[in-house]
Design a protein around this ligand. Structure first.
Ligand SMILES: [Fe+2]
Ligand SMILES: [Fe+2]
Length: 265
């Protein structure tokens, strides 16, 4: 079961010195009695999943940092990847605190031994490219519009403040993969670039149900507590082309246009 611990003391002080402002958010302001029970439960599910996603992002950027070190990537790029791990752990903290205020986490069954991204290539630079594309170029590029829409829909001040704080960090998270490709693209072979293009499309396909599955009319949509709607789904569809396929093509990582069109439909 996915469960988190907090040590406190020197390690907490260090984190909050590096990422200040968390305590200033409007904690303790949500009145759950204002919402139907079903909405509160749905919000707990959404935010429990959010905590897990932030934790998995930390693992992914941590693995990316190691992979960047193994291929001799630029020093400042490696430092940025490592610093993003700290961003994500701060996001884990904020999302967890919010989940507690919503009534506590729902159980998530997951073996943390499987949290790191899989790396299949043998060449270090290609392993780094795999993680950079899956984690940054695709996943983070989709999380930016999803989170931005949730923030627009959220009218609870605390939910909005947490989303704003998370969103303020996410831009560079989605840029890092492309910054890596600025350095790495010329060092990849045509065959490697083709494999990476297929991997990018496969990763988009994993997320596609978010905008392709029929909206659930009977599901409670806790807008005030952070949820999604058709406008958010349209933003995700646009991001497939504009934020992923088009910029990757500039590095010779060209996704199959028919597949992109089908994924963005
Ligand atoms: Fe995050
Ligand atoms: Fe992120």
């Amino acid at each position: 079961m996915f469960e988190l611990e907090w040590r406190g003391g020197a390690t907490a002080a260090r984190l909050h010195k590096r990422r200040p402002g968390g305590d200033a958010l409007p904690w303790g302001t949500i009145d759950l009695a204002r919402y139907p029970d079903a909405h509160a439960i749905e919000a707990r599910k959404i935010w429990s999943n959010g905590v897990f996603t932030e934790y998995a992002s930390a693992a992914a950027f941590s693995a990316l940092t190691t992979a960047l070190l193994e291929c001799g990537a630029p020093i400042d790029l490696v430092a940025a990847a490592a610093d993003i791990v700290v961003d994500e752990m701060f996001h884990v903290e904020l999302s967890s605190r919010l989940t507690m205020e919503l009534g506590g986490a729902v159980p998530i069954a997951f073996d943390l031994a499987d949290i790191s991204p899989r790396r299949t290539a043998s060449r270090p630079i290609v392993r780094a490219a795999e993680i950079a594309i899956v984690t940054s170029c695709v996943s983070e590029s989709l999380s930016v519009p999803a989170m931005a829409r949730s923030r627009t829909l959220a009218d609870e001040p605390l939910v909005r403040a947490v989303l704003e704080r998370l969103l303020a960090d996410e831009g560079p998270h989605a840029r890092l993969g492309f910054w890596f490709l600025d350095w790495a693209a010329d060092r990849l072979t045509d065959a490697e670039r083709a494999q990476l293009a297929a991997l990018a499309a496969d990763t988009i396909a994993v997320y596609a149900p978010l905008w392709q599955d029929a909206p659930c009319d009977s599901c409670p949509l806790p807008r005030g507590l952070g949820g999604h709607d058709e406008v958010g789904r349209a933003a995700l569809r646009r991001a497939v082309e504009a934020s992923i396929a088009t910029p990757l093509a500039r590095y010779g990582i060209v996704l199959d246009p028919a597949r992109v069109a089908a994924l963005a439909a």
